[in-house]
Design a protein around this ligand. Structure first.
Ligand code: CO
Length: 495
């Protein structure tokens, strides 16, 4: 059976044009009404440049980080975007050409394996943006964060957390915000990790208190090479999936391939599920590995997890899994992606039994999906609702064009689609109040509108996600497909 596609590739490609300009304006082209009680700021990060002065980059993950900020205040909304002034961005803009070898590209020649493991790359600050301890930080998993002014988005320099992080030390782009940390007497805390891959891999866990100080930091060693982009937390554990991949350093060392191209998915190997006891963060050197457990399962490849929680003697984890890792072919252009040839991301639930070390799993959503999020107070806790980007069609692999809500209790699913001309990205859930229902709030999403070569900020009612948006804010320009961001309950505006 031949079904009509919900998209065409030329339309999708338009969302990978660079955005060179930096804007600063009140949004006045609005359909519907911005809820007056929606106050705060949505920060998003992603590759703003997909070329350097016309020289195309090989992979969007290598694109320079650009922050987009949408501030909601008393029924109005303001937009501002600004590139992170990383050293690489400044140098390349001045030179008008590509000077750095990207992790997923092939530019800089030579290089030695050790450099790869030290991530001596251009720190492109393009993966996530968080506001924590009074600091706005642009994150990239290979190196230290860049600190920005939340009012002007000006780049203030690199962040080392009072010297606890050393120069060039990695700090992942996927921190988790524990709403209620036992070790901090119930105050919220930020938990993050970093990876130093090699023949064995060092995983470092960081915990930051509400003032932005690193209060706990501990390194753990696990066997084998690891490529880990995201993790999950519960009140007692950090859980990381060590994907079944191998790293072939030879072509990389010879400068023939980027590091990202040298990672090979090993479909016949199991995924290692690394469970770290958060209490062991305080233990002395030498005894910390006693508090780490490694279980095995089949998960395919995982970039993103949704959430995790403890239930009796189990840890439950919801993750987006790919049957195979889409390999980055040398010299290939990501703009020519053949979606039909790739496997979709699908939502699975894993049950880790900590008594017999067995893992069970079940498929929750087979529709192609990515970029999940949950209510901020449900992080690490038993929860009912999740939101994510999804394909328009129920089967097959396709670009994200919709937002989907899943009720994990009843199995009910709601979908709002921007197909055929619109393309979706990561949604963010914003609760209406602190004590409302778990789905009482809004889902905010950026939708690329290929007909008008612009992006919309879409506000959906999370209780009725499949209804028409509460409001659709038309920007004056497009925003290239982004990665991650966060909503902050604080109004940041500079005009
Ligand atoms: Co990510």
């Amino acid at each position: 059976m031949v079904t009509k596609k919900s998209y065409n590739v030329q339309n999708w490609q338009g969302g990978y044009e660079s955005l060179r300009e930096e804007y600063d304006y009140w949004i006045d082209d609005i359909e519907g009404e911005i809820p007056p009680e929606l106050n705060g700021t949505l920060f998003k990060n992603g590759p703003g440049l997909l070329d350097i002065n016309g020289h195309k980059i090989y992979h969007p993950f290598d694109g320079d980080g650009m922050i987009s900020r949408i501030t909601f205040t008393n029924g109005r909304a303001h937009f501002r975007n600004r590139f992170v002034r990383t050293q690489g961005y400044i140098e390349e803009q001045k030179a008008g050409k590509i000077l750095y070898r990207g992790v997923f590209g092939t530019q800089k020649p030579g290089g030695w394996l050790a450099n790869a493991f030290d991530f001596k790359f251009k720190n492109i600050a393009n993966t996530n943006v968080i506001y924590w301890g009074g600091k706005l930080l642009a994150l990239w998993e290979g190196a230290e964060p860049h600190k920005l002014d939340p009012y002007t988005l000006e780049t203030l320099g690199k962040e080392y957390f009072d010297g606890i992080l050393s120069e060039g030390e990695a700090f992942a782009a996927h921190p988790r915000f524990d709403p209620n940390c036992e070790q901090d007497n119930g105050a919220p805390c930020l938990v993050n990790f970093s990876i130093k891959p090699g023949l064995s891999t060092t995983i470092t866990i960081f915990e930051l208190d509400t003032t932005g100080k690193i209060v706990r930091k501990q390194a753990y060693s696990v066997p084998g090479f690891a490529f880990i982009h995201d993790f999950v937390i519960t009140p007692n554990y950090c859980i990381l999936f060590q994907n079944p991949v191998s790293f072939n350093p030879i072509p990389f060392a010879l400068g023939m391939r980027g590091a990202g191209e040298s990672i090979k998915f090993q479909p016949n190997q199991t995924t290692k599920v690394i469970v770290i006891d958060r209490k062991s963060l305080n233990s002395r050197k030498g005894e910390n590995n006693k508090r780490i457990k490694i279980l095995e399962t089949n998960s395919g490849f995982v970039f993103h997890h949704t959430n995790a929680f403890e239930q009796d003697s189990e840890i439950v984890i919801d993750s987006i899994c790919y049957e195979t890792l889409p390999e980055v072919e040398p010299e290939s252009d990501f703009r020519e992606t053949n979606f039909d040839a790739l496997k979709p991301g699908q939502l699975w639930r894993f049950h880790l039994n900590l008594e017999d070390n067995r893992v069970k799993r079940e498929l929750i959503e087979s529709r192609c999906c990515e970029f999940p999020c949950v209510h901020p107070l449900k992080v690490g806790r038993n929860y009912r609702y999740l939101y994510m980007g999804a394909a328009d069609a129920a089967t097959g692999n396709a670009p994200l064009q919709a937002f989907e809500k899943v009720d994990l209790e009843t199995g009910e699913k709601q979908i709002w689609s921007a197909a055929p001309h619109g393309f979706a990205s990561e949604p963010n859930f914003v609760p209406r109040s602190h004590d409302g229902d778990e789905d009482d709030g809004w889902v905010l999403g950026l939708v690329y509108d290929s007909t008008h070569q612009r992006s919309d900020v879409v506000i959906l009612d999370a209780k009725d996600l499949d209804k028409q948006p509460v409001a659709r804010l038309h920007l004056k320009h497009h925003i290239p497909y982004g990665l991650h961001g966060n909503f902050v309950n604080k109004v940041f505006i500079n005009s």
